[in-house]
Ligand binder design. Structure first.
Ligand code: ZN
Length: 136
């Protein structure tokens, strides 16, 4: 499982509107999509930086993983997402190596991507998301 590039960097924010404005004003970037991911209880806003996206994440409920993250650590970098092909095989590969998986099977993330998270306890404290663009 060799990632082709960094698909996006996920950043936990407490006020999506304020953070979108910051990225637009300071960097001249244009937010091209705002989307709610109900099973993650987050609202996401996307910016394109080269071939990598910045994904701002705002919790929509106190039970959201993003709300818990901000409670513990404050706003900041939440996860790094690698673009991969063969996500299912990649998860098996990681599992065989003893990496703890948050998702043992791919699920739907924002922007129609198939995604799965590896547990930061197995990856040096970094929450790593694997993403696959399914073209069908
Ligand atoms: Zn993500």
């Amino acid at each position: 499982m060799k990632p082709s590039h960094i698909e996006h960097i996920g950043i936990a924010v407490s006020d999506l509107g304020r953070s979108v404005e910051l990225y637009e004003k300071v960097f001249g970037l244009k937010c091209y999509n705002i989307e709610e991911v109900t099973d993650q209880k987050v609202r996401t806003a996307f910016f394109m930086v080269g071939q990598t996206k910045i994904e701002l994440l705002e919790a929509t409920s106190p039970e959201s993983p993003v709300a818990k993250f901000i409670e513990k650590k404050g706003e900041g970098i939440h996860h790094i997402a690698f673009a991969v092909t063969g996500l299912e095989d990649g998860l098996k590969h990681a599992d065989n190596l003893g990496i703890k998986l948050i998702d043992s099977n791919p699920r739907k993330g924002a922007e129609g991507l198939d995604i799965a998270f590896l547990h930061p306890g197995s990856t040096g404290g970094v929450l790593i998301e694997l993403c696959e663009h399914k073209t069908k």
